[in-house]
Write a protein that binds this ligand. Structure first.
Ligand code: SAM
Length: 303
């Protein structure tokens, strides 16, 4: 049996994995800072906070990566001043380059979400996207989110994998692996080099080490409530879009990236956006949160 990784090991592997991932993170995950990206991020925040949220004078993003949420929300006028923190200096380097290109000023701070180097009550909004599932010390992290928020401040997280979503993601991944040789022939791409074990490319192998949680809605509610938050709400989003996305990412990862035709990426991106709309219009109003691939959380600091 493999011993569970220690907190330090989890932080270290996250730092190393994301430092490497930073190089092509935006192109791999379709992170966009134009009209499409702004609409996507605003749409997610509006699902939780209602139409035209904010403006928040000072916001802290946890696990900000290359800036997907904060930079798009600043462009939309939802956040006035943004502070972006992340355990990976490489990600923050990419974020600063994106901010400069967009003409935005943000402060960046490298470090763990459970040890925030900020004064008490110094933010109006603490937010994050696809980060809680990487944190080894969730209890301490939520306590710190509470500490750095001003009374009445808002907590918002989106893009957290649900337990059910994590289980069903295995299906499109398996289908993608099975279809990969045929798909490569169809698009005319060479096979990517396998790692030493003949297994999938290395970053896929590391994924199981950096992803330390998948949540049931009640888990997120409990963490927020235990830290003292009020008005805690959890909802689910995206199901079909993620199934489609995981299949595509799996076949893409099996090929030499430069060989994949641009038309494929356009098809994959457009298909994903279309299915996101179908999820939002037809499934999200009717199915319980636990049935979706992603969970979203919002809460408020009392006072
Ligand atoms: C899946 S990426 C999401 C990045 C960005 N929020 C986005 O949506 O594009 C997860 C991010 O969390 C960061 N991260 C992982 N563990 C962390 C920790 N303990 N404290 C702060 N950030 C962490 C990673 O470095 C990475 O940038």
């Amino acid at each position: 049996m493999v011993a569970p990784a220690s907190t330090e090991e989890i932080l270290d592997v996250n730092r190393r994995y994301h430092d490497v991932a930073a190089v092509d993170y935006d192109s791999k995950w379709g992170v966009d800072f134009g009209a499409v990206g702004r609409a996507q991020v605003l749409g997610k925040v509006e699902k939780l906070l209602g139409r035209r949220p904010g403006p928040f004078a000072r916001a802290l993003e946890i696990g900000a990566g290359t800036g997907y949420f904060t930079l798009n929300l600043m462009q939309e006028g939802v956040i006035a001043a943004g502070v972006c923190s992340d355990v990976s200096p490489g990600m923050l380097g990419a974020l600063r380059a994106n901010a400069e290109r967009l003409g935005l000023h943000v402060e960046t701070v490298a470090g763990d979400a459970a040890a925030l180097p900020f004064e008490d009550a110094s933010f109006d909004l603490v937010l994050g996207h696809a980060v809680l599932h990487h944190l080894p010390q969730l209890e301490r992290a939520f306590a710190d989110f509470m500490r750095v928020l001003r009374p009445g401040g808002v907590l918002l997280f989106a893009g957290e994998p649900s337990r059910y979503g994590d289980r069903i993601a295995a299906l499109p991944k398996r289908a993608g692996l099975a279809a990969a040789p045929l798909w490569r022939r169809a698009v005319g791409a060479r096979a990517a080099e396998a790692n030493g074990n003949g297994g999938p490319p290395d970053d896929h192998a590391l994924e199981s080490l950096v992803d330390v949680h998948a949540f049931a809605p009640g888990d997120l509610e409990r963490h927020a409530s235990a830290a003292g938050f009020a008005d805690v709400r959890v909802r689910g989003e995206e199901l079909l879009a993620n199934m489609f996305g995981w299949f595509n990412r799996t076949v893409e990862a099996s090929a030499v990236h430069e060989d994949i035709p641009f038309g494929w990426f356009r098809y994959a991106y457009r298909g994903y956006i279309l299915l996101q709309r179908i999820d939002g219009a037809l499934l999200e109003p009717h199915l319980p949160a636990a049935r979706f691939y992603n969970l979203m959380l919002t809460a408020r600091k009392p006072g």
